[in-house]
Design a binder for this molecule. Sequence first.
Ligand code: DGL
Length: 271
Amino acid sequence: MSELAIGVFDSGIGGLTCVKELTRLMPHEDIIYLGDTARVPYGTKSVDTIAKYAKEDIAFLERFNVKMILIACGTVSSVLMSRPLFEGSSVGAYSGVIYPTVTAACAATNNNRIGVIGTPATIRSGCYGKAIREIRSDIKVFSKACPMFVPLVENGYTDKDNQVARLIAEEYLEGMKREGVDTLILGCTHYPHLEGVISSVMGENVKLISSGAEIAKYAERVLITSSQAAGREEPGKLTLYCTDSEELFSENVETFLGHKENITISTCSVK
Ligand code: DGL
């Protein structure tokens, strides 16, 4: 057993979809979350800039002697998939969202047609398609960058009946629908907040796979099988850091997690 915290980071608030699932699955774990809200979005930046930011985010979490680091950012996970981000790191375990998410999608599809949506950087990397084909070469993958989804979420345009969100979703997802995918990977951790809109555009029969939730399930399996899960009886502590205004961040925290109780929120610098 280990009472050390789990570290999670994202470019902003999207990774809270992972935190929400982590606290549901493992309510006794301490979690330290970093949202790099001052530098979001990462999805429109160059690979070298994303690498620099990700290394600083990891170094920040390492200061807390965490037992595991989860990269709850689709962009960092995809663009830097083959970079040695954790070389020389003291952290025992780490994961990005790609492997857990594609494993779930491959298990979910019946017609072997999977769609992937994400930030422009994620889709450009082609890494979801590559990872899927490594598991199942018979699966066809259809990808689409959805750059306007992140600002929709950040500005609260998430309601299923929101006409602006619906119009944008229809425009982005038209091709996916035509290709008849039966499983759609939400390859950006912001997107689960648009689940209602996306599902109503794609149709209820299309299974949506949330990368934030899948990495949390993966973390649970790793901690249990390696006997590193927390053994305490009381609920774990949730400590959230952001690199920009704490005020703005805490409004979003309430929307994303559904509450603000027993959560410590502070601004920090990662440089
Ligand atoms: N959370 C990021 C991701 O999952 C999206 C926002 C960004 O572009 O940084 O890709």
